[in-house]
Design a protein around this ligand. Structure first.
Ligand code: ATP
Ligand code: INS
Length: 324
């Protein structure tokens, strides 16, 4: 793939944080820090509830990191990363695999909850296919909630504004490289809880971008991120649903082809993509090949309702991407 060499050289030339991830190939398992809350997702179609599932980017991310991260033979059960997430006493999925392995912090406020209203009309690849409304919000995650030690990498994956600017700043101080989902930075909520977006440049997060390694945005979020400005500060990845994704860095860009999928639920595609991408970097892949692994897990996520289960055969494809 001719795209592979170019971005990596460009990223290495920058001499910034991306290198730290890229340099881990063959090394020992590296501990990560995932920050963002688990939530309740209620899926609604035609005015009827058609599903209630565990949500929150942290749940989808944990699921993929556990399936795809490099780790020692004897540690097959759980990949080495910590999740800092907050839920209320009403949390319904404490025994689901991701929260059971990495339990959330309990708060007096209720668990963050989203209603996802799916349109009946066939969505185009880039059009929003659901309207999201936050109906409950748990407490934010404060800097003091993060463990006081160093991590190889961090993933800032908030869903409802819970990753405060000062929390992201602390992540940046604790982690050698931080990957950020734009949804953690630019989401706002109207009086009804409907998700809308603000311009990243107008948020306190903007000044942190030069210290972020990768910023991932969906094509719906990309206009609020301001790709042309952001790519001068960090590598920006724009996910394009069934069209795969594009990487933008200072001086270049690359498109990475998708995997085919029959979409049954788009929830968690972006989260699974980002985790697959991070796992690819941990395996030592160039950014564009890591994005291929991201596309693989994004496609896997849309093929199932809720947090997906990975069958051994699917993980053989993942192995093939990583090792070929
Ligand atoms: N229908 C699809 N077919 C194949 N791959 C898909 C499909 N939808 C999504 N993907 C994969 O998942 C990635 C992320 O999808 P998308 O761009 O829709 O993210 P998103 O809007 O952030 O998703 P969500 O908010 O639902 O988590 C894409 O870049 C692609 O690799
Ligand atoms: O569980 C989902 C998922 O984490 C999505 O990435 C996010 O956009 C939604 O708000 C959340 O409900």
């Amino acid at each position: 793939m001719p795209l592979a060499a170019e971005p990596v050289e460009a990223l290495e030339e920058g001499g910034n944080q991306q290198q730290l991830l890229l340099a881990t190939k063959g090394g020992p398992a590296l501990e990560g820090l995932v920050v963002g809350s688990y939530c309740h997702d209620v899926l609604i179609r035609g005015g009827r509830v058609v599903g209630e599932t565990l949500g929150g980017a942290a749940a989808f991310v944990s699921n993929v990191l556990d399936a795809a991260s490099p780790r020692e033979e004897e540690e097959q059960e759980a990949a080495p990363f910590v999740v800092v997430s907050k839920v209320g006493r009403d949390f319904a999925y404490a025994s689901a695999p991701a929260p059971a392995r990495r339990p959330p912090l309990l708060c007096a406020s209720p668990t963050t909850s989203f209603h996802a209203q799916f349109s009946e009309a066939a969505a185009s690849a880039h059009a929003p296919d659901r309207e999201l409304r936050r109906v409950r919000a748990c407490d934010p995650i404060y800097p003091a909630d993060l463990p006081d030690r160093r991590f190889a990498y961090g993933l800032a994956v908030g869903v409802a504004g819970e990753v405060l600017p000062e929390t992201l700043e602390r992540m940046i101080r604790l982690c050698r490289a931080v990957l950020v989902d734009a949804q953690a930075l630019i989401r706002a909520f109207d009086a009804d809880g409907a998700v809308c977006h603000v311009s990243l440049e107008d948020t306190p997060y903007a000044r942190l971008l030069p210290r972020v390694a990768f910023l991932k945005a969906s094509s719906e979020e990309a206009p609020y991120v301001g790709v042309e400005t952001a790519r001068r500060r960090c590598c920006v990845i724009v996910t394009e649903g069934r069209d795969g994704c594009r990487l933008f860095w200072d001086g270049g860009e690359a498109r990475v082809a998708p995997f085919p999928a029959v979409q049954v639920d788009p929830t968690g595609a972006g989260d699974s993509f980002l985790a697959g991408f991070a796992a690819g970097l941990l395996w030592g892949l160039p950014a564009t090949d890591a994005a291929l692994l991201g596309n693989f897990f994004g496609a896997a996520a849309v093929s199932q309702v809720g947090v997906p289960t990975f069958h051994p055969k699917m993980l053989q494809t993942c192995d093939y991407i990583v090792k070929s």
